[in-house]
Design a protein around this ligand. Structure first.
Ligand SMILES: Nc1nc2c(ncn2[C@@H]2O[C@H](COP(=O)(O)OP(=O)(O)OP(=O)(O)O)[C@@H](O)[C@H]2O)c(=O)[nH]1
Ligand SMILES: [Mg+2]
Length: 573
């Protein structure tokens, strides 16, 4: 376990202890689900996919790290499915079926699994290997090469794009360059705010000086494309040690903190907000408390109405214009890549072009949808927020903050913009399924929403393109008639593809926008509802007359100050 994990678990436990000192109606504390949050912190993994061209030596590198050939390695495309590697005393493989169920296999059945790759989404390989235990909570993921079949490759990339913490990228000394395909993928990784380490593999196939020369070329390319200074690490058959070193140097503590910090801050904010409200309610007369409860009820209603209004208007207000902008951007990017697409048809046929179209689409969609969702989510938050301006002065008074509304508005925006998708994605889908606990109802981040839109569109590419391309280029390709190929791409492929996007994208996009509206609305509603309950409960306690109000206020103040000290040490240091 990482230090930061221990620190967070300890922090949550201390918060629980502090809250335990209060004679609180437990509803609020239960809704925080601190024990569960602590368990999630304990069980969270940091996924590290290893990516690169087919046969670059990805599986060999992992085998070298493990000190034993667990993963199949050959000159033919080998890794068909993403394979997560975990430590376990008992050794087996869990294959995640396309419907999410799991089939269990023995390690020696890996070839059977590979031959039936299309039945599965990805694999979890459990092996009794100490090296895996030492890097926990990092989890290595062996990925299929870029050249594996389009659907499997897409599936693997999309499965991890939102969940990966850091990437290991491999290029072999034989290839010696960063391909366009890799450039697109690395750009996507950066769009998701993830970092990568870069290895040059199979250096034993060249002299040392030749290998170093290639590494320098790669470094220059990385600097040119991404404007970053990246050390390229030379490896051969014994790359395991280098991998271990890199894994220890990627600052897993920082990666881990990125996953939880916003969530824990929001949690802290909710707690102090409640404690302050409690203290204020104790100090107020009954009339003032009842006034504010009435204000809260009215605002709750406003939020509900605003939510309905926004959901109804989502299409007109957000989706139509954005979908149009996105489809045009995809069309533009494809037109800009006309030379590349033409040359792919000439040299690797329709399949090669399909892959490029899929990649260009993915790449453009990531940028465009993220951009659109950023604007839209910010507008949604502001729309809800506007409805609460009247409430702000009472709430600032009750929660003892300078500007209550501004704080919750900013907190909500921060959660939307946080790097990782919060618990929705960290938590194993199996645990989550059918689970309606509040703890999972964290605002879905913009990146997660982006992924939700892109995945089905890429499936569409896989289904739609083969029909469209069916034999379209056959005769031109045989005669190497580039001009005709170019023309056909320009006048037939791109327009048809755009038309198809225009049919399919609106529904998928609008559905996500509506979910976002509901999600953000829920967040505002629960904040208001909790406030109302807190004040109501406090007034009931006062009415029951057998409590010492001043004593209660002192207890709450003490707990509040202890919790603030704890959070300053752990969350705001
Ligand atoms: N000479 C040499 N060969 C290597 C090295 N690493 C891997 N190979 C060979 O390269 C071939 C491909 O290696 P893999 O580890 O299967 O490559 P991969 O990247 O996992 O390939 P896919 O899973 O098919 O995408 C195998 O024949 C390996 O034995 C190396 O450092 N030096
Ligand atoms: Mg492999």
């Amino acid at each position: 376990m990482l230090n930061i994990q221990r620190q967070y678990i300890d922090y949550i436990m201390k918060i629980e202890l502090e809250l335990g000192k209060l004679t609180l109606d437990n509803k609020f504390i239960q809704s925080l689900e601190l024990a569960k949050l602590s368990k999630i912190v304990e069980n969270t993994e940091l996924l590290v996919p290893i990516i690169g061209e087919f046969s670059a030596g990805k599986s060999s590198l992992i085998n070298s790290f493990l000190g034993k050939n667990y993963l199949p390695v050959k000159i033919t495309p080998e890794t068909a499915l993403a394979t997560e590697l975990r430590y376990s005393e008992e050794e087996y493989i869990d294959a995640i079926n396309n419907d999410g169920t799991i089939s269990r296999f023995n390690l020696n059945e890996i070839d059977d699994i590979t031959n039936n790759a299309h039945k599965f989404k990805f694999l979890k390989m459990y092996i009794n290997n100490q090296n895996l235990k030492t890097i926990e909570p990092l989890i290595l993921v062996d990925m299929p090469g870029f050249e594996s079949p389009l659907d499997l490759h897409n599936q693997a990339i999309m499965e991890y794009i939102d969940r990966a913490s850091h990437y290991i990228v491999l290029t072999s000394v034989e290839s010696g360059t960063i391909t366009r395909s890799m450039v697109r993928q690395l750009t996507d990784i950066q769009e998701y705010n993830r970092d990568f380490s870069f290895f040059l593999s199979k250096t034993n196939l060249r002299s040392r000086s030749e290998a170093e020369e290639v590494a320098e070329i790669l470094q220059d390319q990385i600097e040119e494309y991404f404007d970053i200074d990246k050390q390229v690490i030379l490896i051969d058959d014994n790359g395991g040690e280098s991998l271990q070193k890199i894994l220890l140097s990627i600052e897993p503590e920082q990666l881990f903190s990125n996953l939880f910090i916003e969530r824990l801050r929001e949690n802290y904010y909710a707690i102090t907000d409640m404690l302050n409200t409690k203290i204020s309610s104790f100090g107020n007369d009954k009339q003032r408390n009842e006034e504010v409860i009435a204000e809260l009820k009215e605002s709750f209603k406003k939020i509900q109405d605003e939510r309905d209004r926004l959901v109804n208007e989502a299409n007109e207000r957000y989706s139509n214009a954005n979908v149009n902008k996105i489809v045009e951007a995809v069309g533009r990017e494809l037109s800009n890549s006309l030379d590349e697409l033409t040359s792919l048809v000439v040299h690797s046929g329709e399949e090669g072009m399909s892959k490029a179209i899929s990649e260009i689409t993915r790449h453009t969609l990531i940028i465009q949808i993220k951009d659109s969702m950023n604007d839209i989510s910010s507008d949604i938050v502001d729309s809800f927020s506007t409805n609460l301006t009247k409430l702000n002065s009472s709430m600032s008074e009750f929660s003892m903050s300078d500007n209550w509304l501004e704080t919750i508005t900013n907190t909500t925006k921060n959660m939307l913009n946080s790097v990782t998708s919060g618990l929705n994605n960290i938590v194993d889908k199996r645990e989550k399924s059918g689970n309606n606990d509040a703890i999972y109802k964290v605002i879905t981040t913009i990146l997660a929403t982006t992924t939700e839109v892109i995945a089905p569109i890429l499936e569409l590419v896989i289904i739609f393109l083969p029909d469209l391309l069916n034999g379209l280029f056959l005769s031109y390709q045989q005669k190497k008639q580039e001009e005709q190929i170019r023309n056909t791409i320009m006048t037939q492929v791109i327009p048809s593809f755009k038309r198809e996007l225009r049919i399919k994208l609106p529904e998928i996009f609008n559905k996500q926008v509506q979910e976002m509206i509901k999600n953000i609305g829920d967040q505002f509603e629960s904040i208001i509802d909790e406030k109302k309950q807190t004040i109501e409960e406090t007034q009931q306690e006062i009415d029951s007359k057998n409590i010492d109000i001043q004593e209660q206020i002192n207890i709450y103040k003490k707990v509040n100050s202890n919790i603030t000290i704890l959070s300053n040490q752990v969350l705001y240091n």
